[in-house]
Ligand binder design. Structure first.
Ligand SMILES: Nc1ncnc2c1ncn2[C@@H]1O[C@H](COP(=O)(O)OP(=O)(O)OP(=O)(O)O)[C@@H](O)[C@H]1O
Ligand SMILES: O=C(O)c1ccc[n+]([C@@H]2O[C@H](COP(=O)([O-])O)[C@@H](O)[C@H]2O)c1
Length: 277
């Protein structure tokens, strides 16, 4: 658990400690700005695309920015976030952990958000900023110079699309997330990025749009639909996650009405796409 100062600002799940075992504490290039990527979401279940978002951001940073990525985190949302198909935080955190351990040398899972009441994304980013800079003391250059780490949100374009929808995010939070921190947005089929970012123009300098050069349209909803129908999901998710789903017989229950509706919408979009090609 963190210092007493943090306890007035944040609430903590019991037995929590901030994971930092894969954080790069010494920068490779002192001329750059150290950043940490944070992806917030349901991850029910985590897919290869969720993991690949980090690799795409890494390539983008190297080619287009003066940022040096020193760490990457998946932050699964709390069980209190009401969404169709949201499995318990325990299973979601376990699947994300298996995925990161199985496939990556730099990704970590932070269970802070998952194992407590719902926390807004602005608060989640503040939590990372606090743990990285106030508690751990940031990172160092090769010469031992201290640097604060900048926290940045990593998300798909559907998420940024919701930021222009009235009533979903508070203006104050948007200013905090996009003005103070900034974000990387991975283009996602079905969302017009220009339209999605139109009303966010005042934070344009802090919004980095990343094209998917190899399109991958996998989604957790599609994976859940396949599982419910007894279809294979191998090679859409890391094997360790597929094994975990099978061992625990996850996502085999009858879909809720809300989920069936989501599946219907998805199938309609897929057949429309098929008809036009
Ligand atoms: N195929 C994809 N392309 C780009 N971004 C994606 C893709 N799949 C997920 N993301 C992004 O990953 C983050 C976490 O997403 P989330 O867990 O909600 O996954 P999802 O696949 O969209 O889930 P669901 O299908 O249950 O709505 C979000 O920012 C989302 O935009
Ligand atoms: O902070 C907010 O106001 C806010 C509003 C809408 C969505 N979010 C976050 O966006 C993430 C992805 O949501 P979803 O519905 O696409 O799975 C999830 O982590 C939510 O906490 C956050």
């Amino acid at each position: 658990m963190s210092s007493p100062e943090s306890q007035s600002r944040f609430t903590y799940p019991s037995n929590y400690s901030f994971p930092h075992h894969r954080l790069n504490r010494v920068m490779r290039d002192s001329s750059k700005t150290p950043i940490v990527l944070v992806a917030c979401g349901s991850f029910s279940p985590v897919t290869y695309l969720h993991l690949r978002m980090f690799e795409m951001a890494k390539d983008y940073c190297r080619q287009n920015t003066d940022f040096e990525i020193v760490g990457g985190y998946l932050s699964p949302v709390s069980d209190q976030y009401v969404k169709p198909g949201l499995l318990s935080a325990e299973h979601r955190v376990k699947m994300c952990t298996l995925a990161a351990e199985d496939t990556s040398s730099w990704l970590m899972i932070d269970p802070w958000e998952a194992f407590q009441s719902y926390q807004r994304t602005a608060v989640v980013l503040d939590h990372f900023d606090f743990e990285l800079n106030n508690v751990l003391g940031g990172v160092q250059t090769a010469d031992g110079e201290h640097r604060n780490v900048r926290v940045m949100l990593l998300a798909g374009s559907d998420l940024i699309g919701t930021m222009s929808q009235p009533g979903v995010w508070s203006q104050q939070d948007l200013d905090h997330i996009l003005g103070r921190y900034g974000c990387f947005i991975i283009e996602r089929a079905g969302t017009d990025v220009d339209q999605a970012t139109d009303s966010l123009a005042r934070w344009k300098h802090n919004i980095h749009i990343i094209s998917q050069l190899i399109q991958n349209d996998v989604s957790s909803t599609k994976v859940r639909l396949f599982l419910r129908r007894g279809l294979s999901v191998r090679y859409l998710l890391p094997s360790a996650v597929v094994d975990y789903i099978e061992q625990n017989k996850l996502y085999v229950d009858e879909a809720t009405a809300a989920e069936k509706e989501k599946e219907r919408e998805m199938l309609a979009t897929l057949s429309k796409k098929k008809a036009t090609t």
